[in-house]
Structure formats: structure tokens, C-alpha cells
Design a protein around this ligand. Structure first.
Ligand SMILES: Nc1ncnc2c1ncn2[C@@H]1O[C@H](COP(=O)(O)OP(=O)(O)OP(=O)(O)O)[C@@H](O)[C@H]1O
Length: 300
């Protein structure tokens, strides 16, 4: 195991019955690092996160921790609207893990202040909005001040204001040195927290930064090399001006488009031929401004 790594997965595979969901996955996460995991529904993101968090067993491979007492916080993709207050819920969670009473009380106070939920700490969670529930979900994950935070789609289904609150909380958590591993459906969290994005495709892990770097090269040969594994034909490089919401929308509709941030808030999209016409028509509908377009032929 790399000396700087908090956690390393080596050739991990996971089967549910006869179905292999994860195949030969290797991944290493260092202190302070952020890693985003993307993939279509059912591709195995949650399964991978639960393995990292130590919540489920795996079929083959190795999971190595930097030290035996590594604290990992895990936030599932949603928290139920429980018939208790956030204080009662967090107290219950803290007691389950035998946190000393006074330390637990202080920490719960701190977390309500940090997530701006002080006003609601005596309110039953049945009255909470999705954004408030997601904050409590993050509060339970950070209760023990984890070195690694594992988050399953932390921003999904939230309104713009809740997203902004959570993003700034996560930025502060990251700035304090916590490593973050998150399953995400779009580029928003990655663009705010930075780090590396991986895709799970057919049970295997692919590094999308490597894919993007290869596709970005002005050398036609490297475009061809990156493309070869996907399909033959042309690729299109678009420079676009679009809002975060429009970016999320397009990412959701076209998961194979590779995005990267440029200066002055512009984005480059590398688009495969098969997605090109539907992406263009979606852009017209969304009134997205295109600054430039380049077609790059791939030699067959
Ligand atoms: N406990 C389980 N028993 C059997 N199959 C399971 C179990 N948990 C998950 N699966 C299956 O494993 C596959 C991967 O599921 P997983 O929840 O990890 O995907 P995901 O990428 O997180 O999906 P989504 O984006 O929809 O949340 C799916 O086909 C799912 O049905």
C-alpha cells in the first residue's frame, strides 16, 4: 500500500448471487483527496461506496486501511423522515458508537451550528425539507470527525439554495483536510471540490480525466486512440457558455460527453458523433451559446 494512502482497494470484485457488479477494482485515496464516482443507474456506485466504508463484504480482492482506527463517515443516498428531532437522532447514533456523553452533546451543538440548523434542532424530522434531511445525513456522517467521508449522491434532489449550503459545508470540510469519496450524477461537486473523477462501466473503473486528457489533445492520433475503445467516427469539440443548471441537465442527458472547465467560466465538451445532433438540438432548446465548434475526423 502507498504510504500516503488512507485506504486502498486492490482488485476488488463483488457478486450479488451469480451477478458480478464490480470487477477487479483498484483504487487508492490519500489524505485530503477528493474522488468522484460516476456511472449509470445500477452500475455499482453505491456498492463500491459501501465496500470502501466497510459496510458490506466483497467477493475477492483486498481492502487496506492506513491504520486500524481509521474513522470513516458514511452518508447514504437519503435519510428517512424519522419521528424524532435531529438532536435525538444524532444522540442515538453517537450512543450506538459509544461516544462519551459530554463529547457527543458538544459535537451535536457544533454540527447544528456548522450546518445552520440551530433553529430546527428541537423540531421533529417529519417536518424537515429534503435539504434539511440531507444536512442531518451529513451531520451523522461527520459526527466522529472522520478522516474519510463517503457520500452517496449528496446533492441529488435538492433545490438550488440547499445545494449551495451543502457545497459550502463540504468545501469547509475538505479544507479541514478530510478526504471525500462521493458517488455523483453530474460534474457539480467535482467542479466545486476538484479531485479525480472515475466512471464505473460494466463493473470496471475508468479514469475520466485520462479519457478527457486524451480526447483534448490536438493530435488527431490521440483522439483516435481515446475514441477507438468507444466507437469509430468523428468527435466534436464544442466551447460553450452555459449555467451550472444547464450543465447538470446536459450531463444527465448525455453521460458520455466529456466536460472540462476553461477560463472565463466557459466549458469544453467533447462529443461523440452519435450524440452530436441530439446535443445540438437540446442546446438550441436550452438557448445555450456556442463559442466555437471543431470537428475531428478519426481515421478508420
Ligand atoms: N443487496 C443487493 N442484493 C442484490 N443485488 C443488489 C443489491 N444491492 C445492489 N444490487 C444490484 O447491484 C447493482 C448495482 O447497484 P448499486 O446500487 O450499487 O448501483 P448504483 O450505481 O449506486 O445505482 P443508482 O445510480 O441507481 O443509485 C444493481 O443491479 C442492483 O440491483
Amino acid at each position: 500500500m502507498n504510504r500516503d494512502s488512507l485506504i486502498t482497494l486492490k482488485k476488488i470484485s463483488k457478486r450479488y448471487g451469480s451477478r458480478e457488479v464490480l470487477s477487479n477494482i483498484s483504487l487508492s485515496l490519500r489524505q485530503g483527496e477528493c474522488i468522484m464516482i460516476r456511472g449509470s443507474n445500477g452500475s455499482g456506485k453505491s456498492t463500491l461506496l459501501k465496500i470502501v466504508a466497510g459496510l458490506i463484504p466483497f467477493t475477492a480482492g483486498e481492502r487496506q486501511l492506513a491504520h486500524a482506527k481509521l474513522v470513516i463517515g458514511y452518508a447514504p443516498d437519503h435519510l428517512a423522515r424519522l419521528r424524532m428531532t435531529s438532536t435525538e437522532y444524532l444522540t442515538h447514533m453517537g450512543r450506538l458508537s459509544r461516544m462519551p456523553k459530554e463529547q457527543l452533546q458538544t459535537r451535536i451543538e457544533q454540527l447544528h451550528a456548522f450546518f445552520n440548523l440551530e433553529q430546527s434542532k428541537s423540531l421533529k424530522m417529519t417536518h424537515f425539507s429534503k435539504g434539511m434531511l440531507q444536512k442531518v445525513n451529513l451531520m451523522q456522517a461527520t459526527l466522529h470527525d472522520p478522516e474519510l467521508l463517503v457520500l452517496d449522491e449528496p446533492l441529488s434532489g435538492l433545490d438550488k439554495e440547499s445545494v449551495q449550503h451543502l457545497l459550502s459545508s463540504l468545501q469547509q470540510i475538505k479544507a479541514a483536510g478530510t478526504s471525500i469519496l462521493a458517488a455523483v450524477h453530474d460534474t457539480l461537486l467535482a467542479s466545486e471540490l476538484g479531485g479525480t473523477t472515475f466512471w464505473i462501466k460494466q463493473g470496471r473503473l475508468e479514469n475520466s480525466n485520462m479519457q478527457a486528457a486524451a480526447l483534448h489533445s490536438s493530435q488527431l492520433s490521440s483522439v483516435a486512440a481515446a475514441q477507438k475503445s468507444v466507437e469509430k467516427g468523428a468527435v466534436f469539440e464544442l466551447l460553450l457558455e452555459l449555467s451550472e443548471q444547464q450543465l447538470q441537465h446536459l450531463t444527465h442527458l448525455f453521460p458520455e460527453v466529456v466536460w472540462s472547465k476553461e477560463r472565463h467560466g466557459l466549458m469544453t465538451a467533447i462529443v461523440l458523433q452519435k450524440d452530436y445532433y441530439s446535443l445540438m438540438s437540446e442546446m438550441v432548446q436550452q438557448k445555450i451559446e456556442m463559442i466555437s465548434l471543431q470537428r475531428k475526423e478519426v481515421a478508420k
